[in-house]
Design a protein around this ligand. Sequence first.
Ligand code: ZN
Length: 252
Amino acid sequence: MENHGTLVLRNEDLDTQRSRLEFASAMIEDLRWLGIHWTEGPDCGGAYGPYSQSERRAHYLEAWRRLRAGGHLYPCICSRKDLAQAASAPNDADDEPVYPGTCRDRKDKDMAGFAEPAGVNWRFRVPEGEAVEFSDLNLGRQRYVAGNNFDFGDFLVWRRDDVPAYQLAVVVDDAAMRITEVVRGADLLKSTARQLLLMRALGHSPPDYFHCELVRDAAGARLAKRHDGLSIRHLRESGMTAPTVLEMAGWP
Ligand SMILES: [Zn+2]
């Protein structure tokens, strides 16, 4: 804020199982209660809206078309069972399993006919063995090697059930909303490496990143979204004040 930036609130509601309108209103109300002020968002609009991902499908579709035309994507017809059997476990529990590349070089005729992404999983072909490096504003120099036998494999950009994957949606939105600095949890460091590859393929220049240590409860478990015990709402209803909650979260 001291740099006179604009705070943008984006509602990442592509997962219809976990996103409902009342969740978004509760989030907005809780953030307001905390005293956080944004000037662009689903509730107040702004120049680069809409600010809910469920309303931005046309942007994601356009990126899918460009990536596909550039040879960066391929359809993956592996079943859940194939993936469970073939994938090697990720070396950290937060991350997705490394995809072994089964469909990467399939030449079947029926793989060419997709005019729309729906009906099959789409993966981004990562440059095998290439190191992706970036300087994190909080955690310093980061380095991940792309490739099926390295830190991360060909990752999902569009799901069989016709929902764009998180990695694609945030890259498209960060560019379209002119985001210059992203602050988020350290569990997403490796995803940043994936997103940098996507940005390069789409011709976007990346924002700066500041990854925070994760807030953990007294037992050391991270506060996942599904873990309601310490949600803002719960803390608020237990009588805690906004400044105490902010202090607990390490807000400056
Ligand atoms: Zn596959």
